[in-house]
Design a protein around this ligand. Structure first.
Ligand code: HDE
Length: 722
């Protein structure tokens, strides 16, 4: 019998697929799960008006029983997250590297579902924790689902999957008191890190501003591991995957992050949701660094070592396509909570390497879904279903949805004419890359994995002055929360291997001396007796001393699209001064909010009514990117009389944001600490050196300043009382 060709569905099939499972109660009557219409949803069935509830009340029992089981276990890691639908559009085919169809077909986009997450915190924790961010993308390709399950940092803490449970146990709240939530600033985390020098490079990233993004839309993504691309001829190239945000990479200040966690713990989730709702679709370009098979050993590090990155100056990132997130999920639980990513979901043309961290992941992700989603049929949940048919002999199990009508569920068979058939490679059947292996079965780490510090130093050296200061502050903050002095000491020892000044500055902040050298300089692995085995220091000279791509200072700073600007005003504001700036900012895609002493409306000096968006009570400067104070004497005076308004300005200044004032609005600046820090800041002497402070300047200057994101050089003056 002729083989039935698997019917290929169109790319936007995913949208239809999800639609076919979507329900909306609009215009419908209430029913039980059996479809029985419910006549009274207010009262349970009782023995008389004041009597006990009857066991017979099957409607009540059904409702409460379902409610009792509404929660599923949260993800062991990456529990806190948010997601969106979108498309991936390839720019040009890369057939020379891969036969993956979605990386060869520019004729139509591939539907995607991307989920972003923090790692350590529980589902209800704050978005602004200092943490790595998960960056997971499911491509619904015509050859099955491909999941690129990465992070917003290109390195990882550990080299071998066997250490992952230890790492996570160390960073999670301490076991005896479940404290602290969503924070690495505690003894168990730093105890572990101080004994695991292989984590040093990643620690530099996690202590950098990358760990406190301004927005999920403004962070990079990385596949982290080296993967393989396989072309039609079976030739393999190594590949590192990158996501490059078109809005640039931007972060908030640490003080700001902590305050946002209180003012709006959903800051990142809200930001993504609102941007998409307003049509400002976030975009990332997919980049690849390609390394020919024969160059595997040409680097100063091992390509299989997940604690290393390949500097972009050595292997450039080729941008091959663009992901646009253009639709919010309809239902958080059904889509964002139930989506199941897996680095083992691959398509022909993409393959794994022997990275020992990646290899461990390949087991973990299916396993965790079994307890999290509760059934081996989690692939049948609408968000997880591929757009191509699933045909195999797997059957039954909890919550099976598919009604398989075949007469057989085994292979080989004759009863079903041998169906479903195995696909040949030419039919798109997956074949693993035939890597030659000739080795002993051992538990050892390759010597090529033993340089733990060179890339930590490379990262630190590549940072701008203010970025280095933020790393120093972050380490001082975190280690300052560590109660056991010996752990702090061990960490200082490790830091000496990255940069002596870094170690000295952190030690100074902790009031400690820098040890001569680390207690455990290079770990091979940490054996139970704590004694290092096979200690052989390895330092692989990096071929570059600095990589501009590693510093956020060099990022895109050209747009104010979707930036939030607070306009501080109250009765008596000069309506022209307010509206002209507001219109100019909004014309550039920014979002403005009039913040006043109370909600409702304010009346301008010429009698115009202006809607107030927020009051000082229900918002805060940390939720904005910039501040504008329009003219109007009465308005300025009323703001000056309100300490919350002064605090708002001081705090925005402290967090290095662009601040503009017009006419009488400058009076508010003069009563704030902006005046103290910038002695010239009055409207008569228009000679301000701080480029982020704009007095009576045209809107285009303010727009240019907001696009700069932050004026970090202000931090040198330090200490603003906000
Ligand atoms: Fe994960 N990881 N991981 N991980 N990971 C999970 O799977 C695991 C690692 C990453 O939005 C879990 O479905 C092991 C590296 C992301 O749903 C779990 C190891 C990278 C997400 C798991 C790693 C990641 C996860 C928890 C070491 C960056 C969230 C829930 C061998 C390349 C995906 C789940 C989402 C989630 C295991 C290391 C990224 C337990 C064992 C390295 C983005 O299976």
């Amino acid at each position: 019998m002729a083989k039935k060709k698997i019917e290929k569905k169109v790319a936007n099939e995913k949208v239809n697929d999800l639609k076919s499972n979507t329900q909306n109660g609009e215009g419908q009557m209430l029913s039980t799960n059996q479809g029985l219409l419910i006549n009274d949803n207010q009262n349970s069935l009782k023995s008389g008006e004041r009597g006990a509830t009857l066991l017979e009340d099957f409607i009540l029992r059904e409702k409460i029983t379902h409610f009792d089981h509404e929660r599923i276990p949260e993800r062991i890691v990456h529990a806190r997250g948010t997601a969106a639908h979108g498309i991936f559009q390839l720019y040009k085919p890369i057939a020379q590297y891969t036969k993956a169809k979605f990386l060869n077909d520019t004729s139509k986009p591939t539907p995607v579902f991307a989920r972003f997450s923090t790692v350590a915190g529980s589902r209800g924790s704050s978005d602004l924790a200092r943490d790595v961010r998960g960056f997971a993308v499911k491509f619904y390709t015509e050859e099955g689902n491909y999941d690129l399950v990465g992070n917003n940092m290109p390195a990882f803490f550990i080299q071998d999957a066997i250490k992952f449970p230890d790492l996570i146990h160390a960073v999670k709240p301490e076991p005896h008191n479940e404290i602290p939530q969503a924070a690495s600033a505690h003894d168990t985390f730093w105890d572990f890190i101080s004994l695991m020098p292989e984590s040093t490079h990643m620690i530099m990233w996690v202590m950098s501003d990358r760990a406190i993004p301004r927005s999920l839309r403004m962070m990079e993504g990385f596949g982290v591991h080296t993967f393989r691309l396989i072309n039609k001829e079976g030739v393999s190239h190594f590949v590192k995957f990158h996501w490059k945000p078109l809005l640039g990479i931007h972060s908030v200040a640490w003080d700001e992050a902590q305050k946002i966690s209180g003012k709006d713990p959903d800051f990142h989730r809200r930001d993504l949701f609102e941007a998409i709702e307003s049509g400002a679709f976030p975009e990332w370009e997919l980049g690849v660094q390609i390394i020919p098979e024969e160059d595997e050993h040409k680097f100063a590090f091992d390509l299989l070592d997940p604690t290393k990155l390949i500097p972009e100056e050595i292997i450039p990132v080729q941008r091959i396509g663009k992901m646009t997130l253009n639709r919010n999920p309809d239902n958080y639980f059904a889509e964002t909570e139930q989506v199941a990513y897996h680095p083992g979901h691959i398509v022909p043309g993409i393959d794994f390497t022997n990275d020992p961290l990646l290899q461990g992941r390949l087991f973990s992700y299916t396993d965790t879904q079994l307890s999290r989603l509760g059934s081996p049929n989690f692939h049948e949940i609408p968000i997880n279903r591929p757009i191509v048919p699933v045909m195999n002999n797997q059957r039954d199990g909890h919550m099976r949805q598919t009604i398989n009508s075949d007469k057989t569920s085994y292979q080989p068979n004759t009863i079903s004419n041998g169906c479903p058939f195995q696909a040949k490679a030419v039919d798109g059947g997956f074949t693993s890359f035939q890597e030659r292996i000739d080795a002993k079965k051992i538990r050892e780490r390759s010597r090529s994995f033993l340089d733990h510090f060179s890339q930590a130093t490379l990262f630190f050296n590549s940072q701008a002055e203010y970025e280095k200061n933020h790393i120093i502050d972050a380490l001082t903050f975190e280690l300052g929360k560590v109660e056991r002095i010996e752990i702090r000491e061990r960490m200082l020892g490790i830091l000496t291997q990255v940069d002596k000044t870094l170690a000295a500055k952190v030690a100074d902040g902790l009031g400690m001396m820098v040890p001569e050298q680390p207690m455990y300089p290079i770990n091979h692995s940490v054996p139970a007796d704590g004694i290092q085995k096979n200690y052989e220091p390895v330092s692989m000279k990096q071929s570059i001393e600095r990589s501009d791509a590693l510093s956020m200072a060099n990022t895109i700073k050209s747009s104010i699209k979707t930036r939030y600007i607070a306009i501080l005003a109250t009765n008596g504001v000069d309506e022209n001064s307010l509206t002209e700036m507001k219109n100019a900012l909004e014309a550039e895609g920014a979002k403005t909010k009039v913040v006043a002493l109370k909600l409702g409306t304010i009346t301008g000096v010429k009698g115009k009514e202006i809607k107030v968006d927020q009051s000082f009570l229900n918002t805060s400067s940390v939720l904005f990117d910039a501040v504008y104070i329009p003219s109007g004497e009465k308005s300025a005076n009323a703001l000056i009389a309100d300490p919350d308004a002064i605090h708002f300005v001081n705090e925005a200044y402290k967090h290095c944001k662009a601040i503009a004032a017009n006419g009488d609005g400058v009076n508010l600046l003069n009563k704030s600490e902006v005046k103290i820090k910038n002695k010239d800041a009055d409207k008569n002497q228009n000679s301000i050196t701080d480029m982020g402070l704009l007095i009576d300047k045209p809107s285009k200057d303010f727009i240019g300043a907001i696009a700069q994101h932050r004026f970090w050089e202000r931090e040198k003056q330090r200490k603003v009382s906000a």
